[in-house]
Structures are given as structure tokens and as C-alpha cells.
Design a protein around this ligand. Structure first.
Ligand code: GDP
Length: 444
């Protein structure tokens, strides 16, 4: 999870303060020292840290805070507010064109995750904002770039526009936008070339594309794992291109968080989205206040609810509830729910979104073993369609056949069916409002 060490240190500082009924200027100084160290260790830009600490100090030293009934909470609130401001304050969304298509140009260094982000973001906006996207293969230099985008397009069922690698990227971009207008696409993503380092030729090409298609958004992908270097890269790109926003990738691998905390101050441009994993569903809108809450261990219920909503369609959820009530929930439903849970991301990261849970420690043990999951799936897939729909029909000889078919033991099949039956009973009890039965079942 992102910000792990910063989060630990800040929460430590906050907890020590929280135990005190009254705090002195000395206590505050001690805490601010911790906060300063925590931010520097997180690889936040030195000047940004200095300004941050100064602002928190000024607000906290205000006599009303120290004299108040809950000075520690007040200071935490100030830190929370200032962290939120540091990351941009409010969430800034994609600005759609009043007359479609909206053209989004993507820029970034090679390896930052630009092409992956094109796919993730197009898919996200297709699902959440009901857009009809077109991906444009504008990187004609890296041999595999066009193929990579086409593969992404196939995986996501989103069309890709390409003119091969013999036509100039400016021409490709222009023709793609025309194509989108004619074919009724309302969102055009232009993938552009990246380089290992910023150079003159790259910038000239990007500026030419910008002039040619007048994009509504120029989104810069930066790799958060590069820490404050990410902020420097963003600044350099922004000076040339005047970007409209940043997508911070690989936040899942960034335990420090320096990029997220420096970028907005250094560039003045909002972080609009974050990439949180290699899977194509692992992208989130960036909300500074929610991120600040997470860093301070206060949980993030809103993100949790949104993740669940994105995976669980309302009608489908209603149908599932009916099946649970009527006890017709079967192995097909079971496998579908397993996949949906899986798409929401690692369980330990989901749990942390619940307020207070990050303090429990040892959440790493909560990970569902992907091997175990694949094994469970294999058992279910060895059942016949009839058996999946009629779990009660699975007698001893059927169990033996299923075990053979999935390279498992009969005991393993028995265990899965037992678990399935228990959860079915529990779900039926819950959806029927029969909490007494539920308590009996749980030995309460
Ligand atoms: P490009 O050269 O900028 O187009 O970069 P790619 O899109 O090819 O991505 C480079 C690598 O970063 C690939 O292995 C991606 O799977 C990986 N990647 C991209 N975004 C994320 C992310 O948010 N989290 C993680 N863990 N990996 C990512």
C-alpha cells in the first residue's frame, strides 16, 4: 500500500499527542519534528516540507488551538487539512468538451505506464462515465508500442486507430480525431512516444500534436516510485506542454509517497487519477482529502463504497439477493462473486479503507492466496452445469469425479461444498432478516 512508512510515522506522532489532555508548545515542536522527518523520509521535496511544517505550526500555535478542550485532535485536523491542500485540495475531474469528441493526449517518459494508463483510463471512463472511447497509436518509434495498444484494445473491447509506423504522429492524431467524429466516438486517447529522458525532439513532436489537434486534456503519466524525481519530470513536461493534469502510476509499489506530496506544489497541476496496480481495473480518481485520511489512518469509506459499486451492478446485486433469500444461490453465483471480489483488489488494501482498521496490524496475512483461489475455481469448473446449478445433487460418486477432474482430493471437494452450504445458509438467514438463526449458527 502506498505511503506505508509515512503513514506509520505520522500515525505514531499523532497517537503520542492524542494521549495528552493538554499539550504545550514543546509537545507541538516535538510532533512537528516527527512530521518533518516523516515527510523528508517519504522523499518529499525539501522546500515543500519546509513550507508545510511552517503552515501547520502557524495554525497550531494559534492560542485557541492549544487552549481548546481537545488540542491533539485539533492539531491532527490541521495536519489533515494541510496534507489535503498539499495534494491539491479538491478532486479535479476530466474536462469533457462541450462538442464531442473530447481529445485526451497522453504524455510521459518511457516506462512510466503511459500505454497501460491509456487502456485503464479509457476503460474506467467507459464504465463510469458511459463514454465511447477510441485509442490512437501515436508512438511509432518503439517497435512493440502499436501491438501493445492493440492487445490492450482487444482485452478491453475498445477500438484502436493506427496508421502503422510510416505516417507521422501529427498526421495520425489529426486523422484519428476526424475518424472519431465520423464514427461517433466521444473520447479520443492519443498515446504518444516516450523517451528514457526528456529531449528536444520528443518535446517538439508533442507540441506539434498539441497544436494540430488542440486536445481538451494533456495528461502526464509519472511513475510515483521515482519519488521527487517524478515532480521534476512533471515540472519539465509542464513547462513545455502546459499539461492539464497528472496521472500518478504505480502508487501500489510506492511505500513512501513523495511524488504525490510534491507534485502539486512543484507544478501547480492537479493529480487527476492514480494507477494502483498492474491490472487494467486498477485505477482510481484521486481525491486529496481521502488520500490524506488514508495517510493518517482514518480510513476511506467513500472509496470503498465506490469500488463496490463499480463491481456490483445494482440490478445484478438485487438478483443475487433474491437468490440468497430463496436459497437458489448456486456455484455459478459463487464463482461470479469470487471474481468480483478479486477485481476490487487485494483484501488487505480494501480492509484498510475502513476507519480504524489500518491500526490492527498484520493485515498482510489477510491476503487470499491466488493459488488457493485458482484451485477452488478448478474444482467448481470440474462440476457439470447441472451440478453447478443444483449443488444438492452432488453425491459421493460425483464428488469423486470432480476431485479427479480438478486434481484435488475428495476431502478438498467435501470442504468446498461444506463451506458453500454454510455460507448459503448464512446468506439466506441474513437476507431474510432472521438474525436469530444467524446467531445460532455462529454459536451466539
Ligand atoms: P509506457 O512505456 O509509459 O507506455 O509504459 P507501460 O504502459 O508499457 O508500462 C510499463 C510497466 O509499468 C508495465 O509493466 C506496466 O504493467 C507497469 N504499470 C503501469 N501502471 C502501473 C501501476 O499503476 N502499478 C503497477 N504495479 N504497475 C504499473
Amino acid at each position: 500500500m502506498a505511503f506505508e512508512s509515512l503513514s506509520d510515522r505520522l500515525q505514531g506522532a499523532v497517537q503520542t499527542m492524542g494521549k495528552k489532555g493538554k499539550i504545550t508548545e514543546g509537545d507541538l515542536k516535538e510532533m512537528m519534528r516527527e512530521v518533518r522527518l516523516a515527510l523528508l523520509e517519504a522523499d518529499v521535496n525539501f522546500k515543500v516540507v519546509k513550507d508545510f511544517v511552517k503552515r501547520v505550526n502557524e495554525r497550531a500555535l494559534n492560542s485557541e488551538v492549544l487552549q481548546s478542550l481537545s488540542p491533539a485532535q485539533q492539531v491532527v485536523k490541521i495536519v489533515n487539512d494541510e496534507l489535503t491542500d498539499l495534494m491539491g485540495g479538491e478532486h479535479v475531474d476530466i474536462q469533457y468538451a462541450t462538442t464531442p469528441p473530447t481529445v485526451i493526449m497522453m504524455a510521459g517518459l518511457q516506462g512510466a505506464g503511459k500505454t497501460t494508463t491509456v487502456g485503464k483510463l479509457a476503460n474506467f471512463l467507459k464504465k463510469n462515465d458511459h463514454k465511447k472511447p477510441l485509442l490512437v497509436a501515436g508512438d511509432i518509434y518503439r517497435p512493440a508500442a502499436i501491438n501493445q495498444l492493440q492487445t490492450l484494445g482487444q482485452q478491453l473491447d475498445i477500438p484502436v486507430f493506427t496508421l502503422g509506423d510510416q505516417v507521422s504522429p501529427v498526421e495520425i492524431a489529426k486523422q484519428a480525431v476526424e475518424h472519431a467524429k465520423l464514427q461517433g466516438y466521444d473520447l479520443v486517447f492519443i498515446d504518444t512516444a516516450g523517451r528514457l529522458q526528456i529531449d528536444e525532439r520528443l518535446m517538439t513532436e508533442l507540441k506539434d500534436i498539441k497544436v494540430a489537434v488542440q486536445p481538451n486534456e494533456i495528461l502526464l503519466t509519472v511513475d510515483s516510485m521515482t519519488g521527487q524525481e517524478a515532480a521534476n519530470v512533471a515540472k519539465a513536461f509542464d513547462e513545455e506542454l502546459d499539461v492539464t493534469g497528472v496521472v500518478l502510476t504505480k502508487l501500489d509499489g510506492d511505500t513512501r509517497g513523495g511524488a504525490a506530496l510534491s507534485i502539486v506544489s512543484v507544478t501547480g497541476k492537479p493529480i487527476k487519477f492514480t494507477g494502483t496496480g498492474e491490472k487494467l481495473t486498477e485505477i482510481e480518481r484521486f481525491y486529496p482529502d481521502r488520500m490524506s485520511n488514508r495517510i493518517l489512518g482514518m480510513g476511506d469509506m467513500l472509496t470503498l463504497i465506490e469500488k463496490a459499486q463499480a463491481e456490483f451492478d445494482e440490478n445484478e446485486a438485487e438478483a443475487m439477493a433474491a437468490k440468497m433469500r430463496e436459497n437458489t444461490y448456486d456455484f455459478n453465483d459463487f464463482i461470479k462473486q469470487m471474481d468480483q471480489m478479486n477485481n476490487m483488489g487485494p483484501l488487505k488494501d480494501i480492509i484498510k479503507l475502513i476507519p480504524g482498521m489500518s491500526k490492527l496490524g498484520n493485515l498482510d496475512q489477510l491476503n487470499i492466496d491466488p493459488k488457493q483461489m485458482a484451485h477452488t475455481k478448478a474444482i467448481i469448473q470440474s462440476m457439470t452445469p447441472y451440478e453447478r446449478e443444483n449443488p444438492d445433487s452432488i453425491n459421493q460418486s460425483r464428488r469423486r469425479r470432480i476431485a479427479n477432474g480438478s486434481a484435488s482430493t475428495v476431502q478438498e471437494v467435501n470442504r468446498l461444498i461444506k463451506q458453500f452450504n454454510e455460507s448459503r445458509k448464512m446468506m439466506s438467514a441474513m437476507t431474510n432478516g432472521n438474525m436469530g438463526a444467524l446467531q445460532n449458527m455462529m454459536g451466539g
